[in-house]
Design a protein around this ligand. Structure first.
Ligand SMILES: Cc1ncc(COP(=O)(O)O)c(C=O)c1O
Length: 441
């Protein structure tokens, strides 16, 4: 395999990392990228399901830009559309036809979304959704769940709940520099625990503007809701007249054309999209019930942004959404099949080597733990379970030319081939042997 066997030796990549650290804080532009070991890699080219680094080493990529690259890197349909769009202009601070084309495609794909607004990042779209929900209800409290990630902005980024707290705990700042005041209306609840939600709904009756969640939790393990849980959350929101917000920044246009909500059969009031919506071009969207979105349209609720709906972003989304909805969204069958066969292969290979693993997720995204547990349904266990083995496995895969998210999440694209899956399983066999030899499982 043309892999990364020598990733830890001095190289142009390590020299780059040293140079970057002098002028870029931490050598990166997002703290999420600080976690890559031995140092954040530097890539010069992405094509299909592979990345090439500064030293010419290639990697099979399961990071996929942290999820967005659903069609594969440099998909010609998307690249050509962007190049053509750039020739027309970048941003007009005026409307252009692709904005409607994209909005119509989103609304057609996701029935709960009757109107949308586009913006640039998932964090921004989350911020907008919270404002829209608060305006619609004229209430301030927002319920969110432990382990879910809704971006890095002050209004929703939280620290871990202390163990001794009861189910209804005030939110703690997630970072230095964040004012606790920004979180005074945020309540953090344990995930997959209906009792905690009912207790909170009772305690804060008439004050809850919204419940926000990742419908399939993908930011701490990949944890689906327990049977009946999301339905119960929907019912609590209906009863309490609170908005249900699905943060589908990861799952939207990744797990199905209609997002996780189509797999779960639940209609939220507002949905947030990002990542896969434009195959990696910076774009996000917030949309939902017409009566909520109309308040934005009348100007009574502020939503702005110089780059919202810019020309290349809309072209990227139009081309991506066209590719994804071709033949009734057939590509999702293929991606799911690839993901599931990879999950099965990992289970089989681990069993042959004698390393206990648990794989969870719908296929286009999944998570692997080193554990004998049959399932994991809470983020606290998800975070710590098998962490020592994972910390060995991920660099062992990188040395063999397979790039994984440092936290253990796997993304699959339409561009992954059966050969690449076979190479991945061969690398995994060797990495499992290393893990077994270290005696950490
Ligand atoms: C579920 C979810 N919501 C929101 C965000 C924030 O999106 P962005 O990083 O584009 O600001 C992320 C980012 O990973 C996410 O996973």
């Amino acid at each position: 395999m043309d892999g990364a066997q020598k990733a830890t030796e001095p190289s142009r990549t390590s020299a780059y990392a040293e140079r970057a650290c002098k002028v870029l804080a931490g050598g990166v532009n997002s703290n999420i990228r600080l976690n890559e070991k031995p140092y954040p890699l530097c890539f010069v080219r992405g094509r299909g399901a592979t990345l090439e680094d500064l030293d010419g080493r290639t990697y099979i990529d399961y990071v996929l830009g942290m999820g967005p690259v659903i069609l594969g890197h440099d998909d010609p349909r998307v690249t050509d559309a962007i190049v053509e769009a750039v020739g027309r202009g970048l941003t007009f601070a005026g409307q252009h036809p692709d904005e409607v084309e994209v909005a119509e495609r989103i609304c057609a794909a996701v029935p709960s979304v009757e109107m949308v607004r586009c913006t640039c990042s998932g964090s921004e779209a989350v911020h907008a959704a919270l404002r829209f929900a608060r305006a619609a209800t004229n209430r301030w409290k927002v319920i969110r769940f432990e382990g879910h990630y809704h971006g890095w902005l002050d209004t929703i980024y939280v620290g871990e709940r202390p163990d001794e707290e009861g189910p209804v705990a005030p939110a703690l700042p997630g970072t230095r520099g964040q004012s606790p005041a920004t979180l005074q209306d945020v309540l953090v609840l344990p995930w997959n625990n209906l009792q905690a939600l009912e207790a909170t709904a009772h305690l804060y009756r008439g004050q809850i503007a919204a419940v926000i969640l990742e419908p399939i939790l993908c930011n701490t393990g990949v944890i689906p809701p327990k049977p009946g849980y999301i339905e119960a959350i929907r019912a609590v929101c209906d009863r309490e007249k609170a908005m249900l917000i699905f943060d589908e920044v990861v799952t939207g246009f990744r797990v199905a054309l209609g997002g996780a909500q189509s797999l779960l059969g639940i209609r939220p009031d507002l949905t947030i999209f990002g990542k896969a919506i434009a195959n990696g071009f910076p774009l996000s969207a917030v949309g939902g019930r017409r009566d909520i979105m109309v308040q934005v349209g009348t100007g009574s609720v502020m939503h702005g942004g110089t780059y919202n709906g810019n020309i290349p972003a809309m072209a990227a989304a139009r081309a991506t959404l066209d590719a994804l909805r071709e033949h009734g969204g057939a590509v999702y069958g293929a991606i799911t099949e690839t993901g599931r066969s990879l999950m099965d292969g990992l289970r089989r290979t681990a069993a042959e080597v004698g390393v206990p693993v648990l794989l969870q997720g719908p296929g286009p995204i999944f998570y692997m733990w080193f554990t004998t547990k049959p399932a994991i349904d809470d983020p606290r266990t998800a975070k710590t379970e098998g962490a020592a083995a994972r910390a060995l496995f991920i660099p062992a895969m990188l040395r063999r030319g397979v790039r994984l998210v440092p936290d253990g999440r796997w993304h699959v694209s339409a561009a992954h081939t059966s050969d690449q899956i076979a190479q991945t399983l061969q690398a995994a066999r060797e990495a499992f042997l290393e893990v077994r030899a270290a005696g950490v499982t």
